[in-house]
Write a protein that binds this ligand. Structure first.
Ligand SMILES: [Zn+2]
Length: 539
């Protein structure tokens, strides 16, 4: 499986396109009745299928079997477009400077009839980034389009597209793909690829992809490599730096029981596991959302979601009003965490706030004893913090320790410890994967030179690079630029160091197990065998 999954499984027909049924329906209808427009605009966030849709549309226009919503996929036009070598399909990425130079020349050629196809098709991605004179050149063609020209424009930022262009386009808004549809697609692909997976693992990946199927597939590539050819939840959660459902489940169980001490103990355990608290709050918000769905429309929960029993259990422990309030508190906690003394304090304050407040008239299963005694239990519990729920003095835990040296020191200092720096950044998803698979090559002026192995170069997307740059910049308190080259790492990337550590933990776990007297007895006395894959080291 050398080919990146995102490329291999790129949809080739309207029917294969996931999550954009409303757009596909409208396009199919207009193609079916031969009502063709000369300019289309697809808007939507990155990775939702805009350029994929543009290519399918190009086939629909140029298929040798005739214009239709179901291009044959086998004629020379269809196969040429699929392979990215069809002379009458001109693709321009307006965000790339090198390509913009040729825009005017390309548009001048619009007057000439197509060479091989029925239509000459201009696909312009990130069209809002076209420079002034490129826009004017395009507008001229758009105003009086030759019969044989079609424009398919795509943008993540339609507000920046001039009205003169918008008004000449048939506009379609592609939506972010719901996690459930992404999950189902990942399951399909893994089955076709004969890769073993845990359902919970792909549910986690689907949520981490935030509506982008392309990101989901890139993360899946990473997960397969990380999991040594299979996709299990523990290694996916570790790869993404996620809290995993167990920790959060314990936190909410303790909350339902009104047990502040247990909640803090759980937060300590999470700190010991090196879990990023900002991201944990995001997962917590997502969990509250699923609990709310379970309460109001239980049928909407996916039966394939391995977390479902846990979500349903929690749905029975909180009132719908409490869930709404806690969701608000969690989101507020995410906004506040940058202001908190450290991430641990920000996270635990959010937990304690959920414990201290309840919707008007609500009574939680068990009100903290100290609070009930203070008489603030029944009505809106806004009592001064009682001992059981007292906020701890901010302690230096996990994230804080990595956070030093302070920003002022960091601004002048050169970066010595790349892995240490990453530990202090709040990165998630693709940006985190990119960072962890890079090694620091050097630093000159404001340029940070990184190297990523060719095997991971699909992580070099604009979005993740920009998120990584912004996070480093914010941490260092000075502006930087990233220069990432593709090549074999000389030293070790943080991802490789993690992998080494995981292996050595596994090795010592295996040794310890083999040395265990009881295991020895089973092996020697009963001819038992230790199944190597079943050994999982304690973190
Ligand atoms: Zn065809």
């Amino acid at each position: 499986m050398n080919q990146a999954l995102a490329r291999k499984w790129r949809p080739k027909t309207f029917a294969e396109l996931v999550g954009q049924e409303h757009v596909v329906q409208a396009l199919t209808n207009s193609l079916g009745t031969q009502r063709l427009h000369h300019a289309y605009l697809f808007t939507g966030t990155r990775g939702v299928g805009k350029t994929t849709l543009a290519r399918i549309l190009a086939k629909a226009f140029n298929c040798e079997q005739g214009v239709s919503a179901t291009p044959c996929g086998t004629c020379s036009a269809c196969t040429g477009i699929d392979a990215g070598r069809f002379v009458d399909l001109l693709e321009v990425d307006a965000a790339s400077n090198t390509q913009v130079d040729k825009m005017r020349e390309l548009l001048e050629n619009a007057l000439y009839a197509p060479t091989a196809g029925r239509y000459k098709i201009y696909v312009i991605d990130e069209v809002h980034q076209l420079s002034g004179h490129s826009f004017n050149a395009m507008l001229k063609t758009l105003e009086e389009p030759p019969e044989h020209v079609k424009f398919v424009l795509a943008t993540t930022d339609p507000q920046k597209v001039p009205v003169t262009v918008l008004s000449r386009c048939l506009q379609f808004n592609l939506r972010q793909i719901p996690a459930e549809q992404i999950r189902a697609r990942l399951a399909e692909i893994l089955q076709s690829e004969s890769v073993a997976f845990e359902p919970a693992a792909i549910a986690v990946l689907a949520r981490a992809a935030r509506g982008s199927l392309r990101d989901a597939l890139s993360l899946l590539d990473q997960a397969i490599a990380h999991g040594g050819g299979q996709v299990d939840e523990a290694s996916v959660s570790a790869m993404l730096g996620l809290a995993g459902h167990e920790h959060l489940y314990n936190v909410l169980q303790s909350l339902a029981a009104g047990d502040g001490k247990a909640m803090l103990a759980q937060a300590d355990a999470m700190a010991a596991h090196g879990i990023a608290f900002e991201q944990a709050l995001q997962e917590l918000a997502s969990l509250w959302h699923r609990i709310a769905v379970a309460q109001i429309v239980p049928a909407a929960l996916s039966a394939d979601d391995a977390d479902q029993p846990m979500v349903q259990d929690l749905a029975g422990r909180f009132s719908p009003e409490e869930v709404q309030l806690c969701y608000q508190i969690t989101n507020q906690g995410r906004a506040d965490i940058v202001l908190a003394p450290d991430e641990y304090a920000g996270f635990t304050m959010t937990l304690l706030r959920m414990l201290a407040f309840a919707p008007e008239g609500a009574t939680r299963a068990a009100i903290p004893a100290a609070m009930a005694a203070s008489g603030a239990g029944g009505e809106r519990r806004t009592a001064p913090a009682a001992p059981a729920a007292a906020a701890p003095t901010p302690q230096a835990k996990g994230a804080k320790a990595v956070d030093s040296p302070s920003k002022a020191d960091a601004a002048s200092a050169r970066i010595a410890d790349w892995a240490g720096l990453l530990g202090a950044l709040r990165l998630s998803g693709m940006a985190r994967q990119l960072a962890h698979n890079c090694e620091l090559v050097g630093e000159s002026g404001d340029v940070l030179e990184l190297r990523v192995a060719a095997a991971h170069k699909h992580l070099l997307e604009k979005g993740p690079q920009e998120r990584l740059r912004a996070a480093i910049e914010e941490h260092l308190g000075r502006s930087i630029r990233l220069k990432i080259e593709v090549g074999d790492p000389v030293g070790h990337t943080p991802a490789q160091l993690d992998e080494q550590e995981r292996r050595s933990r596994l090795e010592s776990a295996t040794q310890a197990l083999n040395a265990d007297p009881f295991v020895r007895e089973l092996v020697d006395g009963f001819g038992a065998q230790v199944v190597p894959d079943s050994i999982k080291p304690q973190r």
